[in-house]
Design a protein around this ligand. Structure first.
Ligand SMILES: [Mg+2]
Length: 259
């Protein structure tokens, strides 16, 4: 089903590779077929809470071998975007977890906490399971004082085995409501994460297929950067909703796509 001109894949994970901890299909066989066709692949996720190494461990546990370079998260996309806008050494007030912290520190940024928040020159916000009133108050004060405001992603919810819980977008709504300022976004549907994935793959955009289960993030991000797109129906979006979005391909699952 994949056109012969395609040489690389940018794969979303949740809803494409797994649901929670459960694999979608026979992953070793699927990746065996991808490798046999000579396709390069990179995983791209809006979830910035885990590091690429942690994702590789999760993939390996499901029988998929990948290197850390083959995983880009919205936390890496965020650091990639910030590095285009601020010099190393810039102090950044962060609401987020280790995935974001490590990505920012790797680019030479200095991450500060609530005690040193007034010195920060930019504000970064992602999902933070230790979020509290003080953190949100400091973020709002800095944004109101004119510091640039960035986020990993605006996904309102986050999937768990028991259902959807508040995601980055829900927490952002508190700061945007208090400041009237919308953040600049690194993750899908914006192009930064896709640009980083293309850089890692080394393929041209016309020969790279973006595969995902959400029209408004995965398909939109692929289209934003000029790649062909494939919607898989193993996650959130339904076939009926695809009208108007015009993904290049629609498949029941990743397995059906690479058959
Ligand atoms: Mg997904």
């Amino acid at each position: 089903m994949i056109p012969p001109r395609i040489r690389g894949l940018i794969l979303d994970m949740d809803g494409v590779i797994w649901k929670g901890d459960a694999p979608i299909g026979d992953l070793p066989a699927i990746f065996g077929r991808i490798r046999a066709r000579g396709l390069k692949f990179v995983f791209a996720t809006n979830n910035g809470t885990k590091t690429p190494e942690e994702y590789c461990e999760k993939l390996a546990a499901l029988g998929v071998k990948a290197e850390a370079r083959q995983v880009v998260t919205s936390a890496l996309g965020l650091a990639f975007m910030l590095a285009q806008k601020h010099p190393p050494g810039t102090k950044i007030f962060m609401i987020g977890e280790d995935g974001i912290r490590v990505a920012l520190e790797e680019k030479g940024f200095v991450v500060v906490g609530v005690e040193d928040a007034p010195q920060a020159q930019a504000v970064v916000m992602g999902i933070d399971r230790g979020i509290n009133f003080q953190k949100v108050a400091e973020a709002a004060l800095l944004v109101r004082a004119g510091r640039p405001f960035y986020t990993t992603n605006t996904d309102r919810t986050f999937p768990t085995p028991r259902g959807e819980i508040p995601g980055s977008g829900s927490w952002l709504a508190v700061v945007t409501s208090a400041t009237g300022v919308e953040p600049m976004v690194a993750g899908k549907p914006f192009p930064y994460l896709m640009e980083l994935a293309l850089e890692r793959l080394g393929t041209a955009k016309e020969e790279t297929l973006v595969v995902g289960d959400r029209l408004e993030t995965d398909v939109a991000a692929g289209q934003a950067v000029g790649c062909p797109t494939a919607l898989v129906l193993s996650g959130v979006s339904k076939r009926e909703e695809a009208e108007g979005w015009n993904p290049t391909l629609i498949a029941e699952s990743l397995s059906a796509l690479v058959e």
